[in-house]
Design a protein around this ligand. Structure first.
Ligand code: ADP
Length: 445
């Protein structure tokens, strides 16, 4: 069992990991930039180390500084959370070389799945349906055009090293292909330092459905059912729920089986999310694997009753997962709203600054995951996620009602937040009916 863990992250996820550690009796070390000196997660950790100035290249993304902090504080493992270094194979490898357990998958599986083209190939090998597209990286424009005509427009150009909804371009015809290809390449080069792109058929009005999986070192792999993350803005998730309102038990099993086949093929260990697109005929296509804990993991925790972060820590410590698939049940409906410090009335512009009033919702079925509180100042240096509200109820209409009243109770002054946008979505009759797809937000708001 691990006894002391450094958390190479900040904000709500750092706090989330500290909570799991405390309950497991594991000591924690927080790292923080100068902008986060007074953060609640820093206060709650057993020890805390300042790793540099606010700029994340000099702090949360700075491998030598984080490794030094881990060495000084004598931890036996590092939990990377999500974002920052969570999917950086180089970092995982360095942890390993320094004798520090990286709480995540083996480097080999991480590298394989982090390359979207390789992941597609692996999915095909595991007989998991993929979106029709290129066999590998796209070469020149001629090749792209030939393929685009073969699979039929619209197509989507995606970065091999992509993430966070960036580096993607939808193309509708030959004429716009050339410009889109070079734009996608340079965008990918800037965002990921790797300009390779590939091509997929653009699935029209799909749902985004993903399966939470977990595997231990002894070959036991289980799933924790699916999450529907179709409520997105610019390919970034805003609201997630479990279960997916569209799936029946048979579809659900087929999807989960496909996810398990894929992670077994990758010799995967620890937590992963296998993402799919579901078309109008409820046919599913694999798109990618995220090799870390996800922002939206709480909805799965609420419907299954399992603490996913604790499982990550136990598995990384070498414990076998005592769970079998038949032990994992799902109950009721959970919904999560991401509350960002952004102004929906002003094109979602960031809204940093001090919080002078913070009144959180509560009551039956309401969970808040946040590092924010009265007196905390939201810094402009990092992503704008301020809090996550997760509700759990017996039925979907009840969950929607609970979420609406929780959003109405939440007061974070004078910060502009995405609460009004979430309320608008939750009130829309198509959302209430569960009839949404990934283009719903852009079409309706
Ligand atoms: P990222 O790693 O940047 O998050 P993903 O491959 O997970 O990228 O895709 C993010 C979102 O982009 C999906 O949830 C979906 O909304 C959209 N998307 C990706 N691929 C396709 C596709 N082939 N057809 C339609 N939409 C897509």
């Amino acid at each position: 069992m691990l006894s002391r863990i450094l958390i190479a992250n900040r904000g709500e996820i750092a706090l989330r990991i500290i909570r799991a550690c405390r309950e497991l009796g594991v000591e924690t070390v927080a790292v923080y930039s100068e902008a986060d000196r007074h953060a609640s997660y820093v206060r709650l950790a057993d020890e805390a180390v300042c790793i540099g100035p606010p700029d994340c290249n000099q702090s949360y993304l700075n491998v030598p500084r984080i490794i030094s902090a881990a060495e000084i504080t004598n931890v036996d493992a590092i939990h990377p959370g999500y974002g920052f270094l969570a999917e950086n194979t180089n970092f995982a490898e360095i942890c390993h070389d320094c004798g520090i357990t990286f709480i995540g998958p083996p480097v080999k599986a991480m590298r394989l799945l982090g390359d979207k083209v390789e992941a597609r190939k692996l999915a095909q090998k595991a007989k998991v349906p993929v979106v029709p597209g290129s066999e590998g990286v796209i070469g020149d424009e001629k090749e792209a055009m030939k393929l685009a005509n073969k699979i039929g427009y619209p197509i989507i150009i995606k970065a091999v090293a992509g993430g966070g909804g960036r580096g993607m371009r939808v193309v509708h015809n030959d004429i716009s292909l050339r410009a889109a290809l070079s734009a996608a390449r340079s965008e990918a080069e800037i965002a990921f330092g790797e300009s390779s792109v590939y091509l997929e058929k653009f699935i029209v009005e799909p749902r985004h459905v993903e399966v939470q999986v977990m595997a231990d070192n002894e070959g036991n792999a289980v799933h924790f059912y699916e999450r529907d993350c179709s409520i997105q803005r610019r390919h970034q998730k805003m609201i997630e729920e479990s279960p997916c309102p569209l799936l029946d038990e048979k579809d659900r099993d087929r999807l989960a089986d496909a996810a398990i086949r894929l992670i077994r093929e990758a010799d995967y260990v620890n937590a992963a999310t296998v993402e799919f697109l579901l078309d109008k005929d409820r046919k599913f296509y694999f798109i990618e694997v995220n090799t870390r804990i996800q922002v939206e993991h709480p909805v799965t925790e609420m419907v299954t009753g399992h603490d996913l972060v604790k499982w990550q820590i136990r598995i990384a410590g070498g414990e076998p997962m005592k769970l079998r698939q038949k032990d994992i049940k799902h109950h009721g409906v959970a919904i999560e709203c991401r509350i960002n410090a952004e102004d929906p009335a002003n094109n979602f512009a960031p809204s940093p600054g001090p919080i002078t009033e913070y009144i959180a919702p509560g009551g039956l079925g309401v969970r808040i995951d946040t590092h924010a509180h009265q007196g905390w100042t939201i810094t402009p240096h990092y992503d704008s996620l301020l809090a996550k509200i997760i509700v759990h109820q017996k039925t979907r209409p009840e969950a929607i009602a609970t979420m609406r009243r929780a959003l109405q109770e939440f007061s974070i002054q004078p910060i502009k937040t995405t609460i009004p946008a979430c309320l608008d979505i939750l009130s829309h009759n198509l959302f209430v009916k569960g009839k949404v797809d990934t283009g719903f937000v852009e079409r309706n708001f």
